[in-house]
Design a protein around this ligand. Structure first.
Ligand code: RFL
Ligand code: PHB
Length: 388
């Protein structure tokens, strides 16, 4: 088989890239290791920056998001002593869209089907070859048979545990990492959200987040030790802990119910540089991970897709070397989101080795944030997303 761009990974970044390429007349094949049902059952991101929502519209997949998504103009932050709202819209003129990653992925799959795009599921042992030549190819196994796709470029959209990043020689690749000493225990429950906007809550017992998917589907998280397991957290224990950490007015009105999903996610900041090597381009979680506190992971994946799709389209239109700037352009934005997510995580969580001094600094940071319009503007500008 031959295609122009072979895309490894059928998550949101691989599918969006494929969709944008197709609309520009560029042929792609997407190779996904899992089944479609598995990919669609992963509960992950919930907040889209304005730029991400615009990209989905540009790709022709924004209609359901615009009908069913929720536009949020602000977020609440709370500390033990006070709660305050950050007026995102008032400070930036922009809003975010609450629309689940599961729905984004479902919309992208539907669009790919409608346009006759090729997405090969259960593609095993995917392996790119000859990436440093003008004739790369990708091999994989499907239904027991060995297969090969010849292509012009390979897009590594295969997430943090994918194969693409490992193809860049050790002498070229540099990795930067910070692992946080806690995780987020998250639940999904068929209950009305406690607040019409998100609540990010700092507390001496640890961080908590109140989020949502729709008017009867809530997503809540509490900071938990990495040594815990989801099984150690009965629903009763989860609701009790959440209520202690969020503002009393919210705790009093919180509607609880059985969880329909429960998982523990570790928190990490990670960047791999460069994001390109020969004819390979890394996109999204394959190249970088942020802790979820700033809701940046999926959004960063989409800004990578923006830079790469523009570069590939220019290259196919005859602009020689257009893809050469991809890694630097993408990384400049990536590092800003890495810094913001690190700062927001550090400001809102309890660290096991936190000293009294660290605690005072953290309190002071939140105090400043609650009273300074300049500080709130800084947060708001990054929360809605740095323009690209
Ligand atoms: P994905 O979604 O991991 O998709 C990669 C795909 O590649 C496949 N794959 C392979 N296919 C073929 N061959 C191989 N060798 C392969 N290896 C892997 C995988 O099966 C998969 O289908 O990466 P992508 O597309 O770059 O998308 C990234 C986002 O999924 C991720 O950044 C976000 O989910 C992060 N994230 C959030 N991001 C936000 O922007 N806003 C949020 O509110 C937000 N909340 C979150 C999050 C992530 C979380 N967890 C669980 C990590 C909340 C949580 C709890
Ligand atoms: C979510 O709804 O899953 C969510 C929202 C905001 C975040 C992280 C996760 O910062």
């Amino acid at each position: 088989m031959r295609t122009q761009v072979c895309i490894i990974g059928g998550g949101p970044s691989g599918l969006l890239l494929s969709q944008l390429m197709h609309r520009a007349g560029i042929d792609t094949v997407v190779l996904e290791r899992r089944t479609r049902d598995y990919v669609l059952s992963r509960i992950r991101a919930g907040v889209l920056e304005e730029g991400s929502a615009a990209m989905l519209r540009k790709a022709g997949v924004g209609a359901r998001m615009d009908r069913e998504g929720f536009v949020h103009d602000g977020v609440f932050l709370s500390t033990q002593n006070r709660g305050f709202r950050i007026d995102i819209k008032g400070l930036t003129g922009k809003s975010v869209m609450v629309y689940g990653q599961t729905e984004v992925t479902a919309d992208l799959y539907k669009a790919r089907d409608d346009m006759g795009g090729t997405v090969i599921h259960e593609a095993l042992d995917v392996c790119p070859h000859d990436l440093d030549t003008n004739a790369p190819f990708v091999t994989y196994r499907k239904d027991g048979a060995e297969r090969r796709i010849d292509c012009d470029y390979v897009a590594g959209c295969d997430g943090f545990h994918g194969v693409s990043r490992t193809c860049i020689p050790n002498a070229v690749l540099k990795e930067y990492e910070r692992v946080y000493p806690f995780g987020w225990l998250g639940i999904l429950s068929e209950t009305p959200p406690v607040s019409h906007e998100l609540i990010y809550a700092g507390h001496e017992r640890g961080f908590a987040l109140c989020s949502m998917r729709n008017t009867n589907l809530s997503r809540y998280y509490v900071q938990a030790p990495l040594t815990d397991t989801p099984e150690a957290w009965s629903d009763e224990r989860f609701w009790g802990e959440l209520k202690r950490r969020i503002p009393p007015e919210a705790a009093d009105t919180l509607v609880t119910g059985p969880s329909i999903e429960k998982s523990l996610a570790p928190l990490r900041s990670f960047v791999a540089e460069p994001m390109a090597w020969g004819r390979l381009f890394l996109v999204g979680d394959a190249a970088h991970i942020v802790p979820p506190t700033g809701a940046k992971g999926l959004n960063l994946a989409f800004s990578d897709v923006h830079y790469l799709s523009e570069a590939l389209i220019a290259e196919y239109e005859g602009e020689k070397g257009a893809t050469a700037g991809y890694s630097d352009k993408a990384l400049a934005r990536v590092w800003k989101a890495i810094r913001f997510s690190w700062w927001f995580t550090t400001t809102m969580h309890r660290f096991p080795d936190q000293t009294e001094f660290d605690q005072k600094i953290q309190n002071s940071e939140l105090d400043y944030l609650s009273t300074s319009t300049a500080a709130q503007s800084t947060l708001a500008e990054q929360y809605v997303g740095i323009p690209y």
